[in-house]
Every structure is written in structure tokens, then in C-alpha cells.
Design a protein around this ligand. Structure first.
Ligand code: BGC
Length: 437
């Protein structure tokens, strides 16, 4: 359908939405109210997250972590300057996560101080014209929850529902977007493709030999434990998600609720068609279908993976890769947004996309191409509500520690001083004009 809309001083017409300004530049506008943000996760930036399940794993003998998270970016204390910086750069949204282990450090005990802290963060966003997009769980669990068996414990849907309900009672009036779980399909992706979507660096997360350290606080043995995601099958994680969604809906029905999924762009290599089909189903589309009852689905993508008859086929030597050794493949964004829209049949929010590199020009080039693909989806009628870049700050990249840099802003590891990279200014400009030039 032909349409015509005005963006700034430029008249846009035609399905493509692309126009020539009076100069020669092509301008690609995004829909009114489109959210432009950057994303972080509590454990990766806050620092001192000592009650989380991963903390003892980071310090264990034979740890699979290259280094511990420690003080991270001290975002727990420095969030006012970080949010002010985000707003000044031109962003209109900030995706961050709540740390369950701070809010509920013992089962059933809720810390009012921690809840107040996150409330202040949200108010800080709103006072700066930034919409908070809040993730209730981004991988880390309280140690006691890990002790119960993490998500594999039969109590997990109820436990998460109680937490979600208490959090929403405290924050509901300032909330508008909630991601219940971050990438609950991550372990399914690993099982079906051998590819893990996190910057895992050299030491992929095989647990150390049993008995190398005494059992951790909270009754779980860090040497036998890997993330909170063990035994995370779609039925269990869907039950956990629904339990939170119902809790949120009954306390604050105005809040838009969804979950975010790890959507590596899976493609078949010669001979790998049946394996690819199975991987896509079990790792992605089975999970996307769960989103049909939600208000949106969060798409998180970085690269593609070719699936051959024996599993993941690593990119050939000559193909440019990121620090994580994933292929530089920004087309993944457009492809996976289409996949998500087709199977979830709800609006899409891009909740993570970015490039691990120390070459900031390459980050800009990658992001530009990814956004071009996203604009094409929108032109084709896909309902996309926003784009959150991963990530705001160079942060703790899980097993890889601080060596991998996805950030728009670098952080001095001694002083915590922030330095804005050109990519942050570039993307902030896109955000403030709501258009790609
Ligand atoms: C996770 C982030 C992570 C990013 C890059 C995603 O899987 O949600 O926490 O840092 O990928 O590795």
C-alpha cells in the first residue's frame, strides 16, 4: 500500500519509506514513538553481586570464568551518570535488569532497600525522558534458588511468580515494558546447535571436576553447576514465564510483558537441512510460539550459524569475525525479526544486537547494516517497536570476563571513568532524529 508521512522536514512517500533529502543523502525514517535504547544486565555492570549464584563460580578453583565480575562497572552506584549520559546522547529507552538475589536474598525475604534502589533507577530514567525496559531475570539467580536446583526445581514457576508479584507491587506504577526472562532458550540452542550466544571466550563452560571446592553457600556445589539454566526445557521455562506474566498482569495490567529469545540466524549448510530444521524448531520456533499470548517478543541476535549434518559449521578463516569469533553478519537482525514476527505473531522489540570489537568504526558499520535490515522489515509491515543496542558499557562478558567489548561506552577498570565512543554518538544521533541517514 502506498503511503505518505512527514518526518522532520522531509516528505516520505512510497512503500519503501526511503527518500532523498534536498541534498543527496538517503533518509530512512522509523515509526513515531520507536524506542531507541541501549541494554545492560545487572550482574554484568552493577558490581559486588555477591549473593548471586555465579559469584562463587567465578571464584572457584578451576573456574570456567577468565576472571571474576568484582566491581564490574559500579553501575549500582553510578547509574545516575550513566542514565544522564544515555539521555544526553539522544536515546529514549534503557533496558536494564533487576537482580533477584539483591531483592530476595533469602526465600520469602524481600529487601525494601533493593526495591527502592530499582525504583530510583526507574524514576531517574523517567525524569530524563527515557523509557525503562526492565528485565526481571537476566541469567543470575539467588544462591538459595540455585540450591533448590535453579529452574529445574519444580518450585521454580511458583518462586518466580512470587518474586514477580512483589516486584510489580513496588514498581508497577512506573513500569511500562517488562521482559520476564532473558534468553530462556539459550541452553536449548546450545543442545541443538552447539552454539552459545554469550561471549564465552576461550573457556567454554564445562564444569570443573567434582570436589575441587567445598559446596558453595546456599547448598549448591559450584563445581557441578552451570548458570541457572540447567535442564531448561520449553515447557518448564514457559511455565516460569507464564507464572510471572500472570503475577504482573494481576498487579499492573497496563504493563506490556514478554520474554526475550536468543535468535542466532540459523541457516542450513549443504546436507544439514534436517538438522537445521530440528534445531530451529527446538531452539527457536517452539519458544516463539509461547510468545503468542504476550504483548511483545524480545529479539536478541548477533550473527548467524550454519548447520551442517554434524552440527555447527564454524566460519571459514577468511570470513571476518568478532572478538567472540562469531561471523560479522548484521543481516541476522532482519532475518530473525521476520522469523520472530511470523511465529510469535505479536509486536517485536529488539532487545539486544551489537558487535564485540575494539574497532568502533566496524561497530558503526555493523549497526548501520543491521538497522537497514530492520527498516526493511518495518517497510514490509512487521510491527517493530524499538531497538536496544547491546550494550551501553564495556562490561563483564560472563566467562570471557572484561576482554570482550560490546560497549558504546568504555569503562576504565581502575577509576570506572566512562568514555563515550563515536558509535554511541552515531547511534544517539539516529535515535534523536528517529532516522537512519
Ligand atoms: C546475553 C548478554 C550477553 C550477550 C553477548 C546475550 O546472550 O543476553 O548477557 O552479554 O549475549 O554475549
Amino acid at each position: 500500500m502506498e503511503s505518505s508521512r512527514r518526518v522532520g522536514i522531509v516528505e516520505i512517500s512510497g512503500k519503501s519509506g526511503r527518500v532523498r533529502t534536498p541534498g543527496t543523502e538517503t533518509v530512512t525514517p522509523f515509526p513515531d514513538g520507536f524506542l531507541w535504547g541501549a541494554a545492560t544486565a545487572g550482574h554484568q555492570v552493577e558490581g559486588g553481586n555477591v549473593n548471586a549464584d555465579l559469584w562463587p563460580l567465578e571464584w572457584a578453583e578451576n573456574s570456567t570464568f577468565n576472571e571474576p565480575s568484582g566491581d564490574a562497572c559500579d553501575h549500582y552506584h553510578r547509574y545516575p551518570e550513566d542514565i544522564a549520559m544515555l539521555a544526553e546522547l539522544g536515546f529514549t529507552a534503557y533496558r536494564f535488569s533487576l537482580e533477584w538475589s539483591r531483592i530476595e536474598p533469602e526465600p520469602g525475604y524481600f529487601s525494601r532497600a533493593a526495591l527502592d534502589h530499582y525504583r530510583r533507577m526507574m524514576e531517574c530514567c523517567l525524569n530524563s525522558g527515557v523509557t525503562p525496559v526492565v528485565t526481571y531475570n537476566h541469567f543470575t539467580l539467588p544462591r538459595w534458588m540455585a540450591g533448590e536446583g535453579g529452574w529445574a526445581a519444580d518450585s521454580s514457576p511458583e518462586r518466580f511468580g512470587i518474586y514477580a508479584s512483589r516486584v510489580t507491587e513496588h514498581l508497577g506504577d512506573v513500569l511500562s515494558w517488562v521482559c520476564t526472562l532473558n534468553e530462556p532458550n539459550l541452553m536449548a540452542m546450545l543442545a541443538t546447535t552447539g552454539v552459545l550466544a554469550m561471549g564465552a571466550g576461550e573457556r567454554q563452560s564445562a564444569p570443573g571436576p567434582p570436589g575441587t571446592r567445598s559446596p558453595g553457600v546456599g547448598g549448591f556445589d559450584p563445581t557441578r553447576y552451570r548458570m541457572g539454566l540447567i535442564a531448561a526445557d520449553v515447557e518448564r521455562m514457559a511455565a516460569v514465564h507464564r507464572s510471572a506474566r500472570e503475577a504482573i498482569g494481576s498487579v499492573a495490567p497496563h504493563v506490556k510483558v514478554g520474554w526475550t529469545l536468543a535468535l542466532i540466524d540459523l541457516q542450513p549448510a549443504p546436507g544439514g537441512e534436517s538438522r537445521w530444521k530440528a534445531a530451529r524448531e527446538r531452539g527457536q520456533t517452539d519458544w516463539l510460539t509461547v510468545s503468542r499470548d504476550d504483548d511483545f517478543v524480545g529479539v536478541q541476535t548477533y550473527s548467524r550459524s550454519l548447520i551442517g549434518p554434524d552440527g555447527n559449521v564454524p566460519p571459514p578463516e577468511e570470513v571476518p569475525t568478532m572478538q567472540t569469533r562469531w561471523e560479522v553478519y548484521p543481516e541476522a537482525l532482519g532475518h530473525t525479526v521476520r522469523l520472530a514476527a511470523e511465529h510469535a505473531q505479536v509486536p517485536v522489540l529488539v532487545t539486544e544486537n551489537g558487535m564485540a570489537t575494539d574497532d568502533d568504526e566496524a561497530r558503526i558499520a555493523y549497526t548501520r547494516r543491521a538497522l537497514e535490515g530492520l527498516a526493511d522489515c518495518i517497510d514490509d509491515g512487521v510491527d517493530v517497536r524499538g531497538y536496544m543496542h547491546w550494550t551501553l558499557l564495556d562490561n563483564f562478558e560472563w566467562n570471557a570476563g572484561y576482554s570482550i567489548t560490546f560497549g558504546l561506552v568504555s569503562v576504565d577498570r581502575e577509576t570506572f571513568a566512562r568514555t563515550v565512543k563515536p558509535s554511541a554518538r552515531w547511534l544517539g544521533q539516529v535515535a534523536s532524529t528517529n532516522a537512519l541517514e
